[in-house]
Write a protein that binds this ligand. Sequence first.
Ligand SMILES: [Zn+2]
Length: 392
Amino acid sequence: MSIKLPAAMEVNQERLVSLFLELINIDSPSGFERAIADVLKNKLEERGFQVREDDAAVKLARESPAKRLPKGTAGNLIATRKGTTDAPHLLFMAHMDTVVSNKGVHAIREHGVIKTDEKTILGADDKAGIAGILEAFSIVQEKNLPHGDVTVVFSICEELGLYGAKYLDVESLHVDFGYVLDSGGPPEKVIGAAPYEVDYRITVHGKAAHSGVNPEDGINALAAACSAVSQIKQGRMDEHSTRNIGVFRAGETTNTVCDRAHLEGEARSLDKKEVDALVAEVRQAFERACSTFHATFEMEVEEAYSGFQLAENDDVVKHAFKALKTMGLTPELAERGGGSDTNVLNGRGIPAVNLGVGASRDHTVYESVHEAHLVAAAQMVCAILASVLDAE
Ligand SMILES: [Zn+2]
């Protein structure tokens, strides 16, 4: 990757890599972000930020019993650095939690790539994003680079379902637009679209009876549920939509007509109407099957997060593109099938894109990151700060 940035934005690669290694060595699975939050609070303060922690942990504890979530040990960190110009107020965001623990991580640095011994995940998702943001502000401080007001948010529990972002008082941040550094792809891929996700939980009620003595008195909930599922198309529905049923639990014993089946699934689409239609079809399939089997069912539907779709002429995209071009890269606006904190920001009225920080095969023990991508993440932040200086 050849990068042609002004000398003022030159990243100290050794400093950045050692910061990244320090961060991945602090274990922080979702709900257990206390230790990393304390370290990051200091690092932000050292870089001239005023830092506060919100009450996301309290909100998580309130919701944890019903949703079987951890109680939470830390809130989101919200850090602000006063601007030296009146350029737009930018938000940079990354999440502190990792999908699972990486306790005892053994990082191997080889040929410009950082990986593990394949016994734990690396944790580049999303500590690559955090390290990139922090290195950028080391440079800002060192070189006294001009910038507008900046807010940095390090969120909790992204991997469990974007809970930190959902609990964040987004409106109180007063930012103009935002950059989330949390996409696995290369830096030139700017994620400007991601789907809505709607989750559903269905319970089918039948009637228990002895399977050998009086099966005709029973209503088989399992059979009704199977019949419904067999009528529901799953997988990729069209270019921008998917549907899945991923949980099916039923029955205790072989000699009882099964009286209860429980299913959970989701639908995703860039189009809100389409995602609602996909969920409505699921409901209709259960209505038909349950009426045939004389069973009943209940269905709980919940929007997991809203989708977004930005265009090249949106300011948030324009500045990402301009920044990437100053780095000698060819930016590309892309779509991603998964949700991220970016969905929540857009859903709450803050235009935001997700930037690639290069973690590959994340959520597995084969996760790795190119040092060049870590460097690019820090440069992107610097280059975006510079890009908005001459925003009209
Ligand atoms: Zn992530």
